[in-house]
Design a protein. Structure first.
Length: 185
């Protein structure tokens, strides 16, 4: 069924392309309704959120713009280092804008907590979070997710933007990576 070589490293498909796309359409409709009459500024967290932001944006019916921020937190490992730093800052001012942070996954919450504090310090009109995946079992810092695609179990997942060692982002679905690939259990 899957001709992609990367598929051999996948233990199981957790979310199919169809499930992901259906849920994104629902999120887009919800966000468009909630922000009706307003303009929305999407902030994508590089690199994992690129595909999600691109698909989500196409389901928004309100005027919107986008910018990107890059944060380092994982490196080559599957575990959070706890170290979060800016690799690429926003290009545009967010003062007075309605900001929606777009993340692929919230795991420990360290990355999102850092980004939320940074964004709030720059005086936007409002800030909300839209995340495709939430892995609540791994949370270290509590963070509020206003728009969520799916809650997932505590397994390392790849695909649809999510990587291991920069690979697998191009899989169209989200799959559980075989633990032997990353030396996990
Ligand atoms: C991943 C993911 C989130 C973050 C979530 O990014 O895209 O930004 O980790 O983890 P946390 O909740 O434990 O902080 P990563 O640092 O792997 O970079 P990437 O998006 O370039 O893959
Ligand atoms: C980050 C991350 N990246 C890819 N897959 C996962 O399961 C992840 N959790 N946190």
């Amino acid at each position: 069924m899957f001709s992609n070589d990367l598929h051999r490293d996948i233990e199981a498909v957790l979310l199919t392309e169809e499930q992901i796309q259906r849920r994104i359409a629902e999120l887009g409709a919800q966000i468009s309704a909630d922000y009706a009459g307003k303009e929305l500024h999407l902030i994508g967290v590089l690199r994992g959120a690129v595909m999600f932001l691109a698909d989500l944006m196409r389901h928004l019916t309100i005027p919107c713009s986008c910018d990107f921020i890059a944060i380092a937190s994982y490196g080559m490992d599957t575990k959070s280092s706890g170290v979060v730093r800016i690799l690429k800052d926003l290009d545009d001012s967010i003062q007075g804008k309605h900001v929606l942070i777009v993340e692929d996954i919230v795991d420990t919450g360290l990355t999102l907590n850092y980004i939320l504090n940074l964004i709030r310090s720059r005086n936007p009109a409002s800030v909300r979070v839209c995340a495709l995946l939430d892995k609540p079992e791994r949370r270290i810092v509590p963070v509020e997710i206003h728009y969520l695609g799916f809650t997932i179990p505590n397994r390392f997942v790849v695909g649809y933007g999510l990587d291991y060692a920069q690979k697998y982002r191009n899989l169209p679905y989200i799959g559980i990576l075989r633990p032997e690939i990353y030396g996990g259990v």
